[in-house]
Ligand binder design. Structure first.
Ligand code: GLU
Length: 498
């Protein structure tokens, strides 16, 4: 039975892959893969004016980057193609269905101009009525209506096609996520357009024809489509088709404001591409998105796509709003970075090359050193790979300025003593001294001078790295070039301690 499950992700290529859309795609994928069903990608590109040139490609590239795959799509069509609505329209797939509704009087051609529609709306507003479409052929027979069409056509007017809304009907369904929902036919705003004047079907019409012809069994989509569902159900009814099961996933809200996540929320990155550029791991995004409106049993929060697939259970999709919390995403990404260092290492090195700290050839030659330096710099604390650039800049690739606070540590009485003792000891140590040796050397200075804590560590750190805080100093000294450190110390001495 489960082999018959067919679900789809149906993006409109009007923009890049938004987190909300990625969630829809991910859950449809999980649903299909968990139940051994089929996952279809259909491109809903009938709104030509809103499409962007690389919208489709970029969305699909990003879905692939997230690790999703699909069984049927424009690139790998199955038997229900084409998989782009614009091409389906060119092939004349929708027209016979529109003609059929027209013939049966369930739809009609409307020639009202936008000015007419506007003044109707204004009149409704003035009369304090909810905006609704006013049917212009009330009481007419099919023949009388067609005679009217002919008159308008003679005036050169182009029609839209509207469906006759059964206003007295209740549209009810058991939503996979939200439970029982019922919306009255009266609430959809009156007869709505199924075909635009340019011949393109509208979304609410084409989606039904396509879901039916593509034998889609379950429609999992965002909460914003709940109000479209009664419109779509009336199209299914008009053709006598079986209605798929609907599930509308929880609204995503901005955790910082508690309001619906909006593309205008500048404090939250919302496109998968943006996270990808910063060096977030696809596993981390899947992990985060997989918990947006869905929760597993138990307390664990780190899951791979494979684990999500195995655990998937549509009854655990949540009714409550899903919180988009960027801090949580950072935490999850950090967990994934720690989990597989070998995988992340080439990405971190690439960031350092991109930042101009090191050439690709140098990076190859110094690979082992880089791996250690990245570790000592504190890779375990980063949230995304781009952060390695700031973490490694000083002292591995550049020296920072000596601040007034640093000057004070160096030039205080204790600072001068520590510097002198450290200079002597450091010069005497072999070039390949290990961290333990450096530690013992510094402890010996502590004992001899009876200076400890910041008064001891800061002058040494500042004189060798120009930093007041930084990675574990003995481990860092192992990785720094001795000649370079000696030069840094000489410069510090000449400038501040002469
Ligand atoms: N093209 C629609 C969208 O991007 C698809 C909605 C649906 O899944 O029915 O929102």
């Amino acid at each position: 039975m489960t082999d018959d499950f067919r679900v789809r992700y149906a993006p409109s290529p009007t923009g890049y892959l938004h987190i909300g859309n990625a969630r829809t795609a991910l859950f449809n994928w999980l649903f299909a893969r968990h139940y051994n069903g089929t996952f279809v990608i259909r491109i809903e590109d009938t709104d030509a004016a809103r499409n962007i040139a690389d919208g489709e490609k970029s969305q699909l590239d990003n879905l692939k980057w997230l690790g999703l795959d699909w069984d049927e799509s424009p690139e790998n069509p199955g038997e229900y193609g084409p998989y782009r609505q614009s091409e389906r329209n060119e092939q004349g797939i929708y027209q016979p269905y529109i003609d059929d509704l027209l013939k049966r009087g369930l739809a009609y051609k409307s020639y009202k101009t936008s000015e007419q529609l506007k003044s109707e709306r204004e009149a409704q507003q003035a009369a304090k009525q909810a905006p609704h479409y006013v049917y212009e052929y009330e009481g007419m027979s099919q023949e009388e209506r067609e005679a009217e069409y002919a008159k308008y056509e003679a005036q050169g007017l182009k029609p839209v096609v509207r469906i006759r809304v059964p206003e007295d009907k209740m549209y009810e369904w058991d939503d996979i996520v939200k439970g029982h929902i019922s919306i009255g036919g009266k609430e959809v705003g009156g007869d709505w357009v199924i075909q635009k004047a340019d011949g393109m079907p509208t979304y609410n019409f084409a989606v039904v024809v396509d879901d039916h012809l593509m034998k889609i069994s379950h429609v999992l989509r965002g909460d914003d489509h709940v109000s479209n569902t009664p419109k779509q159900m009336m199209v299914y009814d008009a053709f006598g088709w079986d209605i798929p099961k609907f599930g509308h996933m929880a609204l995503i809200i901005n955790a910082a404001t508690g309001k619906k996540l909006s593309k205008r929320d500048n404090d939250v990155l919302q496109f998968v591409e943006q996270y990808r550029e910063l060096g977030y791991q696809p596993e981390a995004l899947d992990n985060f998105i997989g918990l947006l409106g869905w929760s597993p049993k138990g307390e664990d929060e780190i899951f791979s796509l494979e684990e999500f697939k195995n655990m998937f259970d549509e009854t655990r999709l949540s009714k409550a709003n899903a919180k988009f919390d960027q801090k949580k995403l950072e935490w999850i990404n950090n967990q994934w970075i720690r989990r597989d260092k070998d995988k992340i290492m080439p990405q971190l090195i690439e960031e350092l090359v991109k930042a101009g700290f090191i050439t690709e050839d140098e990076a190859k030659a110094k690979h082992d050193w880089l791996v250690q330096a990245i570790d000592v710099a504190g890779v375990d604390g980063i949230s995304y790979t781009r952060q390695i650039v700031d973490l490694m800049r000083e002292p591995f690739f550049q020296l920072g300025d000596i601040t007034d606070e640093m000057k004070e540590y160096l030039t205080s009485e204790n600072g001068r003593k520590v510097f002198a003792a450290w200079e002597e000891a450091y010069k005497a140590l072999p070039e390949d001294a290990d961290a333990d040796t450096y530690m013992k050397t510094i402890r010996a200075i502590q004992n001899n001078l009876e200076i400890k804590g910041r008064e001891l560590w800061n002058p040494i750190r500042i004189a060798t790295t120009h930093q007041i805080q930084g990675p574990n100093l003995p481990e860092l000294l192992v990785l720094l070039d001795k000649k370079q450190v000696l030069k840094t110390m000489d410069d510090v001495k000449a400038k501040y301690l002469a």
